[in-house]
Design a protein around this ligand. Structure first.
Ligand SMILES: Nc1ncnc2c1ncn2[C@@H]1O[C@H](COP(=O)(O)OP(=O)(O)OP(=O)(O)O)[C@@H](O)[C@H]1O
Ligand SMILES: [Mg+2]
Length: 417
């Protein structure tokens, strides 16, 4: 296996999911895990969950990581319409080697990668849920993201102040998680009070409110026991009933252990990283190790010098690609392709989406007027060499409106307008 500047330690679906069409993915038990098998009903509102928030104590390396990821994401794809929406929100390309392969085969004029949004959120401190530091404002920024990358300081450096005086990943993680839990508890308490006072006579509303109350009571219990909301088993109906609250501890988390450059080659031997690994597994979350400092220095170097720098640190490649892919997968996102002479493009869908829903990602008219999809698995497309060759060999299938789009499908939609 290639040595990389970012090691995925927990079974997060990284590269494997991109190599096989139907990948067997082992996700931590998050709220998203059921989504793999779940089908999206056609009337359910689909929003592309694309935002990952970089969260952590002050001065742990969040902005350093954010800048490196954004710079790297931009560099990954010259044709990618990169933009920084606000100074602290950046869209980055999801690196995917399949894109270039398809693009070459189709002799496309350009290729467009999938993308996700990263948000650099200011540091959280103890007491934030009571308004300390930048307090509730920043908790509300976290509320808006779909997944959390929690940066944990695992590097020693006496010149860089640690808000609590010493490097202690367990304590840092506890501080952040406690603030998130307090904020959720506060919201839940208010909501349960409101639900108790509800006088609705509408039976449908009543059923929904009962489901919401029952879910919230169970989440409240879990939070009091130090567990995140995502650890509570909920039905789809219950999940939907509480979704308006955007609970912070419901969001899937990846712990990003930010290590010194000297630890990059074997992060597992750093006891701080070990602590983070143990906690991540207890909290049903993923972990990646990365050195934000190294990544930021890499973006400053001309590409020919990057390999040399990485080799001197004992690794082969930058860790950001893996971090971005891990985040993409954590968000429950999947990719299908369209490929032709004009362009080859990676489109982002949720796992479980049907062909018309996937077509709707391109344009709502494609979904409304959907007739059929012609589809071929990525590996079959590559083996055949082109869409027409795949058709001749009978590898191109014609699929109807119930077809669940698979990771890596290359698709062509037939529709009426
Ligand atoms: N892996 C690392 N090794 C050594 N130094 C690092 C590492 N990662 C970040 N730093 C340094 O730590 C300092 C703080 O980094 P940064 O400003 O990114 O933190 P932050 O979490 O965004 O802080 P804030 O919450 O105040 O915005 C910087 O001087 C940065 O160069
Ligand atoms: Mg910062």
């Amino acid at each position: 296996m290639a040595r990389i500047a970012c090691h995925h330690i927990v079974a997060l679906p990284l590269k494997s999911s991109f190599l096989t069409r139907t990948s067997s993915i082992c996700f931590p038990e998050t709220s998203l895990s059921t989504g793999f098998r779940r089908r999206f009903s056609s009337n359910s509102k689909i929003s592309m969950s694309l935002k990952a928030g970089i969260v952590g104590l002050p001065n742990v390396g969040k902005s350093t990581l954010f800048n490196a990821v954004v710079e790297n994401g931009k560099a990954q794809a010259a044709n990618f319409p990169f933009c920084t929406i606000e100074p602290n929100v950046g869209i980055v390309a999801v690196p995917d080697s399949r894109l270039q392969v398809l693009s070459n085969l189709s002799k496309s004029q350009r290729s467009v990668p999938a993308s996700i949004e990263f948000v650099d959120i200011a540091g959280l401190v103890k007491g934030a849920s009571q308004g300390e530091g930048l307090g509730n404002k920043f908790l509300s920024h976290i509320r808006e993201v779909d997944s959390i990358l929690q940066v944990v300081r695992c590097f020693e450096d006496n010149d860089i102040v640690h808000v609590n005086g010493q490097v202690d990943p367990k304590s840092d993680i506890d501080v952040i998680n406690l603030e998130l839990a307090f904020s959720d508890l506060d919201q839940i308490e208010k909501r349960i009070d409101k639900l108790k006072k509800s006088k609705s006579n509408n039976s449908q509303v009543k059923v929904k409110e009962e489901a919401e109350k029952s879910a919230l009571e169970r989440i409240q219990e879990a939070l009091m026991a130090g567990k995140p909301a995502r650890s509570v088993a909920l039905t789809d109906f219950e999940k939907e009933s509480i979704s308006h609250l955007c609970l912070l501890t419901m969001k899937p988390v990846i712990y990003v252990a930010n290590v010194a450059e000297s630890d990059l080659a074997s992060p597992e031997s750093n006891p701080y990283v070990k602590n983070v690994m143990e906690l991540a597994s207890e909290l049903q979350s993923g972990i990646v190790t990365v050195s934000a400092q190294v990544e930021s220095e890499l973006t400053e170097l001309p590409s020919e010098e990057r390999t040399e720098f990485l080799t001197s640190l004992g690794v082969d490649e930058s860790g950001l690609g893996n971090l971005i892919r891990a985040t993409y997968n954590l968000l429950g996102l999947r990719t299908y392709f369209t490929s032709g002479e004009k362009e080859t493009k990676a489109w982002t869908i949720h796992a479980g989406m049907t062909a018309p829903q996937a077509a709707g990602v391109i344009h709502s008219d494609f979904e409304k007027g959907f007739i059929r999809a012609e589809t071929v698995a990525y590996n079959d497309f590559v083996a055949a060499g082109s869409l027409s060759a795949a058709r001749e060999k009978g590898l191109l299938r014609s699929e109807g409106k119930d077809y669940i789009v698979q990771e890596g499908d290359v698709m062509l939609f037939r529709f009426n307008v």
